[in-house]
Design a protein around this ligand. Structure first.
Ligand code: SF4
Length: 1020
């Protein structure tokens, strides 16, 4: 082996003919000097390389292949990818990472101004160890999805009953005509078409007129994870059609944590935040409900940065707090990392316990917390400040009760200026002071006009809050010993700002929002936000795509009226509330849950509203790239009957490359593009740098051509429906350039090319690439499409975007002293007390929410503790789910993924298993409190917290080819390896305190909760 390695290195150094990615089979010829080298003996099974390195040091494309940058959509991370394709067969030969993108070239992406040929040479030979530009295992497997034998590649109409998986192929034109016009389409009676439903005069349900007109009875669900495609979808649903009923998956995935983290960053409850760790300088990091690089945040980037931190940062130590030990925790340096098992649903208790320790032992960052203004922060050497010293009015009779005391009330200024206590003089002063404040004040303030007002600082209220329960109470709740809690808190407060705590989708009990708030608060106590070695909040952001060239929304928008059916909004504005008040009734609780925190857009809750017929049932549903019946916890049995029955829901149109567990109920199926066939632009989830991954169709789409010669896809379908119904924003006069010239949208390119041109011209205009750059990256393939739609001077910068596979913020000068630079910071007033949240109403109790983080028992919507209904004797375990490293919602179609394991397991602690007479390999049945059960194989060991049962997501499929599919009387047999394992979301419990169909909800944000739910186990 050693000889072979030596051989290869020497070979590479000769410069005669070098493989850049992959190795060669057969003969590769250096075009520059026409030398031939047979290197097939090194890797006889590998494909030819895509480039030849000539003696002049230049790369020449292999004429049999093409190379391009694109996106990976193997999961919602959307990493930057590079791809090579066989020119003859259009077959994808290999995908790897894009060296310009941080998500795949972790820590060291090449600068945008480096030509792509040079960027690829960075990956060669010895330097390739440092510059890897990888995709994860799932990303490498994704090309199989394009050619999957069960992919939908024709327009389909159902045969037989909904969900029977029997279809006939029809022309695109027939599909458009039938869904628009309606009729007796299935011999089951008249079906209203989209043209009938687009009625903004008739009220949808006279019993609930405040939910708007009949056109609101179009439900649209989709995938928001490619923002460019999602923007197109929203353009249709909101601006052109005008329905408020647009749902996605965020709210049943991890929305509550993102929204919860934002409670500690910005006033109010209408924002999102998700911090990441500055691995390179961090000294102590806690990953809670996730492992670094798992659960969504790019494995490519985080795992390499973690590995580097473990091996090259001698001060780095980290702890993973999770009910289950996943990868990346055990290490060759075990002293530097640790797994701390936690009871599923116990996360908030741990956060409050750690805050209690830090506050009671005065290990917080006093100088940071004592500033009450930006100028004060600068003076103290800080970059941001908090509202810790602000005085909250605690006098229940005062009009400002629960609000900050203002300078106006005190006769010292306006209402925007708040009051604080100067630390030195102990006198009240205004929040524009630059002097340190007293953060512990509690007492009475006398105003200029002699009023005495009881107040307390935000920090003092927090100190009381975290001491509401004893350390023993918290320890019992999270099942982590008091000593371990103290150890974690002590270490977290022992490294100055060089500490971090991050989460990602694993803390979704019914207090997930409150957990996020408390988690951010821990970092606020020690001043870790925006700090070198601390936490960043700019991750996952794309460039602000302005409209320097084209105003894509310059058309007359549809009027949206009425609440959305999942009741996001202010219940007090509803007819129900007003009627109750008019009749002298207590308006609380509302009949069904309402939320005025961060807008939900929860596809699951919209379907629950439909199942309950309240406020109405939908008449049509367009389901694109979304699988709520499989992925939304508890949903399936709550809504399935109301979806299957055409009398309850007249028309279902799906658009997707695959049959999934939701869209198999469709009446019509519009085949959609697979990832390498799409135009797109997306932020990189989990990347700490701003950037957009862009894509253009690098292979010929497998979907059919319509009669006009355009590829069928979601965008083409919506465009043609809009044109038929004469909706604004599509067809002629769809948008305008900056000079006011009208532009048309007839195809996806008509939309995406100007959008991407805007991205290339937003902020600083990108340069023009060289001819070599363009041909090297196959961008010449789309040149004719660009010339038809852009002005001559706009083409160069737009092509530049594609020659780099996106637009990425450069990373010179990450830091400004001990903090991140301005571009990487989220400059905010971090919130100890969230005044906006304190004035949002819980529409069940009618009480305000709390401005401080709350630790409470897990509760249903009506406030009943879940353990009151589901006791420990009957349901002794706490359930948890997690994302397996190589599984994602769509990964079951990937042969090399299912080959690694077809089934998931019921994972539990071996001590618990013993108590129930179970051991690894036994078959067991899990039962949830809604009476549903799943059966599977037990894996009992010491990698699961005691008292918990965990089952990974992404298994137990019935669609994606797992079941027989009949198209035009030909049956494709179900593929057994796609059926393996248990589907856990359908099994999970719902909220029995709600009326009718329901989901179990986060208490602050109404998102679907799925963790910490009691379950029972028995041997089968
Ligand atoms: S993390 Fe997701 S997007 Fe990134 S390479 Fe893996 S599958 Fe692709």
């Amino acid at each position: 082996m050693a000889a072979l390695i030596m051989d290869r290195r020497q070979f590479l150094k000769t410069g005669a003919a070098a493989a850049i990615t992959g190795t060669m089979a057969g003969t590769a010829t250096a075009a520059a000097n026409n030398n031939s080298q047979d290197i097939s003996r090194y890797a006889p099974l590998s494909a030819e390389p895509e480039f030849i390195l000539g003696p002049d040091g230049k790369l020449t494309n292999n004429p049999n292949q093409r190379f391009a940058f694109t996106k990976c959509f193997g999961c919602y991370n959307v990493c930057g990818a590079r791809i090579r394709i066989d020119n003859k067969t259009d077959k994808i030969l290999r995908v790897c990472g894009n060296p310009y993108a941080l998500s795949t070239q972790s820590g060291n992406p090449v600068a945008m101004n480096m030509p792509p040929q040079d960027a690829m040479q960075q990956l060669v030979g010895e330097q390739g160890n440092e510059n890897r530009a990888t995709l994860c295992g799932r990303g490498n497997a994704v090309p199989d999805a394009v050619t999957d034998s069960r992919r939908v590649t024709q327009c389909l109409k159902r045969v037989g009953k909904r969900g029977e998986n029997r279809w006939q192929s029809i022309s695109y034109e027939q599909l458009i005509s039938e869904v628009v016009a309606g009729g007796n389409l299935f011999g089951e009676g008249y079906v209203e078409g989209l043209a009938d439903i687009h009625d903004d005069k008739t009220v949808a349900n006279p019993a609930y007129p405040d939910f708007g007109p009949k056109k609101n009875q179009l439900l649209m669900t989709g995938c928001s994870e490619d923002p460019a495609r999602w923007a197109f979808y929203k353009r249709f649903s909101e601006a052109s059609w005008g329905t408020p009923n647009l749902g996605n998956k965020d709210s049943y995935c991890g929305h509550q944590q993102v929204a919860g983290c934002a409670l500690g960053v910005e006033d109010g409850a209408n924002s999102g935040a998700l911090p990441t760790t500055d691995f390179e300088h961090c000294e102590f990091a806690i990953f809670i409900g996730t492992n670094p690089g798992l659960s969504g945040i790019s494995l490519n980037s985080a795992s390499k940065r973690l590995a580097d931190a473990r091996t090259q940062n001698p001060n780095f130590r980290y702890v993973v707090v999770d009910p289950i030990l996943r990868s990346l925790t055990t290490s060759s340096t075990p002293d530097n990392c640790e797994w701390v098992p936690i009871r599923s649903g116990g996360d908030t208790a741990l956060m409050h316990a750690m805050m209690q320790y830090i506050i009671n032992t005065e290990r917080y960052n006093t100088s940071y917390l004592a500033s009450c203004s930006q100028e004060g922060a600068y003076k103290a050497g800080e970059i941001n400040y908090t509202n810790a010293p602000y005085l909250v009015v605690t006098d229940k009779k005062h009009p400002l009760y629960r609000k900050f005391l203002t300078a106006e009330v005190c006769g010292k200024g306006n209402a925007e200026t708040k009051m604080v206590i100067d630390a030195k003089s102990q006198q009240p002063t205004t929040s524009d002071s630059t002097e340190p404040c007293d953060i512990k004040f509690s007492g009475t303030i006398t105003t200029e006009d002699g009023q005495a007002i009881q107040v307390e600082t935000a920090f003092s209220l927090l100190a009381k809050r975290v001491n509401k329960y004893s350390m023993a109470d918290y320890a019992a709740e999270c099942q982590i010993s008091e000593a371990k809690i103290a150890e974690l808190a002590k270490e977290f407060s022992s490294h100055g700002r060089r500490v971090s705590i991050e989460t990602n989708t694993g803390c979704n009990a019914s207090d997930g929002g409150q957990f996020g708030f408390a988690m951010i608060m821990l970092a606020t106590l020690v001043g870790a936000h925006n700090a070198k070695g601390g936490m960043l909040h700019t991750g996952s952001m794309g460039f602000e795509n302005t409209s320097p060239l084209y105003d894509m929304m310059a058309f007359e928008h549809a009027h949206i009226s009425g609440f959305n059916a999942e009741r996001s909004g202010d219940y007090r504005q509803s007819n129900e509330y007003k009627e109750k008040v008019k009749k002298g009734l207590n308006p609380f609780p509302s009949d069904l849950p309402w939320n005025e925190t961060f807008v939900q857009d929860n596809a699951g809750e919209l379907l629950v509203a439909h199942a309950n017929g309240n406020p109405f049932q939908f008449k049509a549903w367009i389901a694109w790239a979304n699988n709520p019946l499989y992925a939304c916890s508890g949903l399936k049995d709550q809504v399935e009957e109301s979806i299957k029955d055409p009398k309850q829901l007249g028309l279902i149109i799906a658009s997707d490359p695959y049959f999934n567990e939701t869209n198999i109920y469709a009446d019509y199926f519009v085949p959609d593009l697979a990832q390498y066939e799409q135009w797109g632009a997306s932020r990189q989830w989990g990347s700490e740098l701003m950037g957009d991954v862009v894509s253009f169709p690098v292979i010929t789409p497998r979907t059919p051509l319509n009669a006009e010669g355009n590829r069928v896809c979601m965008e083409q379908f919506l465009t043609d429906v809009a044109k038929q119904i004469k909706l604004n924003g599509f067809g002629e006069n769809a948008f305008k350039d900056t000079k006011g010239n009208v532009k048309a949208i007839h195809t996806p390119e008509d939309y995406y090319i100007p959008v991407l041109a805007n991205l290339a011209h937003s902020d600083e205009v990108l340069p023009t690439p060289t001819k070599d750059d363009v041909s090297f990256t196959s961008v010449d393939r789309i040149f004719p499409l660009l010339t038809k739609r852009l002005k001559a001077e706009e083409i160069g910068p737009t092509m530049f975007l594609f020659t780099r596979g996106g637009r990425y913020y450069p990373i010179d000068n990450r830091y400004e002293g001990e903090f991140f630079n301005e571009m990487m910071r989220w400059d905010a007033q971090f919130q100890i007390y969230n005044e906006g949240l304190a004035h949002i109403t819980n529409f069940h109790s009618g009480e305000y929410l709390d401005g401080l983080p709350v630790f409470d028992k897990q509760r249903f919507w009506d406030g009943t503790a879940i353990r009151e209904l589901w006791n420990e004797t009957e349901y002794p375990f706490y359930f948890s789910t997690f994302k397996h490293q190589l599984r994602s919602p769509y990964s079951v179609t990937l042969k090399s993924i299912t080959a690694l394991g077809e089934s998931n397991f019921i994972q539990m602690n071996e001590t618990d298993a013993k108590k129930y007479g179970l051991k690894t390999g036994d078959k067991a049945r899990l039962t949830s409190p809604k009476g549903a059960s799943i059966e599977g194989t037990v894996q009992a060991d010491s990698t699961v917290a005691k008292g918990c049962i965990a089952v990974p997501l992404g298994y137990g499929h019935t669609a994606f080819g797992a079941s027989d599919i009949t198209i035009d009387d030909k049956t494709l047999a179900g593929i057994s390896e796609r059926r393996g394992g248990m589907a856990v979301n359908a099994f999970n419990a719902v909220d029995p305190t709600r009326k009718g169909a329901s989901l179990y909800r986060d208490s602050t944000f109404g998102s679907t909760a799925r963790h910490g739910i009691p379950v029972a186990i028995e041997k089968c």
